[in-house]
Structures are given as C-alpha cells and as structure tokens.
Design a protein around this ligand. Structure first.
Ligand code: KIV
Ligand code: ZN
Length: 515
C-alpha cells in the first residue's frame, strides 16, 4: 500500500476560521494531541504575522518531538527569517513558502507578470535553501492557474530543491475529475517530479474538499493537507478524519494508507472543538454526535441482527466509547489521577490540584461523574497570562409576569470587583446586560448555543458564544451544572479572549488573512 503523508494545518489554516483565536498554551495542547494522532507534519502558524504568532510557533516547535513542525511564509526574505527564528529548537523543521500563481491573483493581488512570479518564487526558495533542508513550496490558487504555467512553476520548484510541492485549490472551485487530472498531468509531464512529494490542499467552498483530495490521491498525490473537523478559512479545509477513514474503510479501492492512530480521532476532534469554540455539527461525517447513531426502526432492527447491515466502520475504531460512570463524591486523588491517565491526560502536580478541586466542586453538585464530564472540565480554557475578568458571583430573578433581572459581580484585573444589575428579554439577556455594564465594554453577541455534556437532569451544560467587537470576532465557552452560570462563564471567557486579542501587537486577528 502507498503511504500518504498527513500534513495538518489546524493550527494555521484552521486557526484562520473567523472567531478562532488560539493562545500559545492551547496551540501546544493541540500540537501534543496531533502528535498522539500521528500526523507526519503540522503547520503551527504564520510567524511573520506578529511576534505573538512567532512565539506560539516556537513553543510548538520546542514541544513537538514526533512530527515535523512547519512554519508558513510568503515569498519574502523577512518572512523566511521569521520562520527560521520560530522553528529554532524544532526536531524536524520545515519551511512552507508560497506565492499565488493564478491569472486573477497575478493581475489583481500581486500586479505581477508570469515571469515576475516565477522569479520571485525562485529567489525565495534559493534564499530559504541556505537555512532549510526541508522546504514545501505552494502555488496559491494553483487550481485556477493555466496548466502550462502551473507545470513550469512546479518544475522550477523541483530544480531549486523543494522537498514538497503543494497544489492548492485555494478557493474550493474545482471538482474531483478536474483536480485529479491536475495531479496526473504533473506526474506525467514535469521533469524530475519523482524527486518531490506532491501535495493536495483543498477548501470546501462547494462541499468537495474531501472528494477532491481523494481524487488527488488516486492520481498520485503523496501528501494531503487538512484540518481536524475540517475547520478553516470560509467553508473550511479538507477534514483529515474523513480522508483517514475513507482510506481505511475503502483500502480495497484506494490502495493507500496513513500512519494515523485512528483511535485518537475522536479525542482530537473533541479537543479542537473545545479549544477553538467551533461546535462539530451532529451530522458531521466520522466525528459528529450522530455519525454512528441509528434512529429508524428498520435500521435498529438491522443493527441488532448484524452490525454491518448499516455500519461501514465502527465507532470504536475512531475512539468513541460509551461514556462510562467513573467517579463519585468519595473518589480520591489517586482514583482521579488514574482516570485522567486512562483518558490520555498526564497532568503536572499544580494542574492536577486545580483539576481535582474542580472535580470535587462538580461532585458536590452531580452524583455520578462520567468520563465525558471529566473531559468537559479538563478542556476548559488555558490562559497564557492572568485573565482580565473573572466571574465572582451571579444572581437573578425570574417570574412569568415580570422582566427577568440579574446581578453580577465581575473582578477586573488590577481594579477589583464591579457589580451591576440589569434586566433583559430573558434571563440570559439580563445576565449579559449586567456583565456588559460591569465591564463597560461595547460588544455584540453574534451567536449563542447550548448543549448537555451527558444525559440526566444534573448533566453539565456547555455554552458556546460568538462575540464581536469592531473587526474582531472571538468565541467563548462555559461549562457548569447550571446552564445560566455556564452562559455567564462563556460570555466572560469571550470577553477575556477579546482582551487578550487587544494585547496582541496591531490586533493580529481581523476577519481576514494577513496576506
Ligand atoms: O489555501 C491556500 O492556498 C493556502 C496556502 C497558503 C497553501 O492555505
Ligand atoms: Zn488553505
């Protein structure tokens, strides 16, 4: 079987999803999980974007031991130098340098002729060669580039010593037959093509990213790029878990495999969803809550008689297990630590103490604690620095005949506590109005969603909010046995993310790519 290399870009293209702002600790946590998943390469960010991005890429580079860490760069010496700096300490560093090649990008964005694009990319690779033994070159918008120019650019990258050449369908425009044909054409016509790995990178604007990526594999791609849960710019990128399971389930057809540890897929999906604040839709292939649920009577009957009637892969293969009752009020530190270990967490002493205190707090309110509850507690936000706001107390009144009222006290870094009271259209609205008054920030709530972590009346409620302030959009998450407290926590979490974002030089995250 042919091995397909997996290039994960959750921390770069994935982080370009509107509202997603991962801090350094969160990036490192996801990077460790990607290592467990067994990705071959992981793109940690775009170091030239800001000193904060550079520092985050560097933290990932130093933390990761079992995968190549990649930094993105435009075809500019300054960007390449930023990646050099960021990848110091990496076991297996790789530079990813790109330049747009399509007529639209050449004319409107770059204002360059073909020969200028070729020369600019060539001199960037030459410069980079002095410092990097592994270079990936990407032809941005390769999908809409003329076939002969695309082949010329690929040939140039090979001559200059690139290690991987990437052919992105940047705007998700192509269909599988067209995208596959590009790979076949390059494999058949470009001199020296056997010296490089050819990579597929697709976006999902027309819902064809996975199909296009599989078509590229069938036509000779050696590497595929994607993100966990398919998060990313606009409609997102190819979902890595979909490719992994398509190759696994239909190995008879594709004759190709990855080195991924498939049983880590569910955990990785969950962690990425929690830390990015991007919910996984219930019907999402492979990792959605309903991906293995059988609702209709006919299907359930078939499943009871023989699973393969309606199940082409098993939930256990991707690491979904029934949420087991694990701990209760009387469980001690030892049992708690053991259970975390079972779930794949090895915490340092201080983290363990903090998590154990949270667990005890929860055990006072909830009789039986399942592993899903524990995961919900553990996957709370990991701040890089002390947070600006903390929810100190919350009370509210609700009556069917009167407007709800809420009183909140929020502690503000270096200023102390502030209390405010407000009413609203509903209890959540009144809580949010009171928090707005207490912190004195002008924000817009763009989205609010709530879900139960487990079954039962005392289940943990998990709230996600999306909040906007000017150009900046962030997501926040809150977990509690009380849904109104979870709502308040999610809102304060989002406010903290806005505050952290304002501290970044020149407000790193707007709604758009930096280039
Ligand atoms: O979609 C794209 O073209 C990219 C490049 C930077 C590889 O993400
Ligand atoms: Zn992309």
């Amino acid at each position: 079987m042919r091995k397909i290399h997996i290039f994960d870009t959750t921390l770069r293209d994935g982080e370009q999803s509107p509202g997603v702002n991962l801090n350094t600790r969160e990036k490192v946590e996801i990077a460790h999980q990607l290592e467990k998943l067994g990705v071959d390469r992981m793109e940690a960010g775009f170091p030239a974007a800001s000193p904060g991005d550079l520092a985050a890429v560097n933290a990932v580079a130093r933390a990761v031991k079992n995968a190549s860490v990649v930094g993105l760069s435009r075809s500019r010496e300054g960007d390449i130098d930023a990646v050099r700096e960021a990848l110091k300490g990496a076991v297996d560093p790789c530079l990813h340098v790109f330049l747009a090649t399509s007529p639209i990008h050449r004319k409107y964005k770059l204002k360059m002729e073909k020969h200028q694009v070729l020369e600019a990319a060539q001199s960037a690779i030459r410069y980079a060669k002095k410092y990097f033994s592994k270079i990936e070159f990407s032809l941005e918008d390769a999908g809409r580039t003329e076939a002969d120019f695309r082949a010329e650019m690929v040939a140039m990258a090979i001559r200059e010593g690139a290690y991987v050449v990437n052919i992105p369908d940047t705007v998700g425009y192509l269909n599988p037959a067209e995208y596959g044909a590009i790979f076949r054409h390059l494999k058949e016509t470009v001199p020296g093509i056997e010296k490089v790995q050819l990579s597929a990178h697709c976006h999902d604007d027309l819902g064809m990213a996975t199909a296009n990526t599989l078509a590229a594999i069938l036509n000779g791609a050696d590497q595929i790029e994607g993100t966990i849960n398919g998060i990313g710019e606009r409609a997102g990128n190819t979902a890595i878990e979909e490719i992994a399971m398509a190759l696994e389930t239909r190995s008879d057809y594709f004759g190709a495999k990855t080195s991924l540890v498939l049983s880590e897929i569910a955990r990785t999906s969950r962690l990425v969803s929690k830390l990015t604040g991007m919910n996984v839709p219930g019907n999402k292939a492979i990792v959605g809550a309903n991906a293995f649920a059988h609702e209709s009577g006919i299907h359930q009957d078939g499943m009871l008689k023989e699973k393969t009637t309606y199940e082409i892969m098993s939930p256990e293969t991707v690491g979904f297990k029934e949420s087991k009752l694990v701990l209760g009020k009387h469980s001690g530190r030892h049992a708690f630590r053991e259970q975390l270990f079972e779930l794949g967490y090895t915490l340092e002493e201080a983290q363990l103490n903090e998590a154990f205190a949270k667990f005890k707090d929860l055990a006072d309110k909830k009789k039986e604690i399942t592993d899903d509850d524990l995961l919900a507690l553990l996957e709370e936000r990991l701040p890089d620095a002390p947070e600006k706001y903390a929810l100190e107390s919350l009370s509210f009144s609700f009556a069917t005949e009167a407007a709800p009222k809420a009183t909140v006290t929020v502690s503000v870094e270096e200023e102390g506590s502030r209390t405010a009271e407000a009413s609203g259209n509903g209890t959540v609205d009144s809580i949010y109005n009171a928090i707005d008054q207490a912190v004195g920030e002008e924000v817009t709530l763009v989205d609010y969603s709530i879900q139960a972590v487990t079954l039962g009346k005392d289940a943990l409620g998990e709230v996600h909010v999306t909040m906007r302030q000017g150009e900046i959009e962030v997501r926040g998450r809150g977990v509690s046995t009380d849904v109104l407290e979870a709502s308040a926590r999610a809102y304060v979490d989002a406010l903290n993310r806005l505050a952290a974002n304002r501290r970044l030089p020149s407000g790193r995250k707007g709604a758009e790519k930096v280039w």
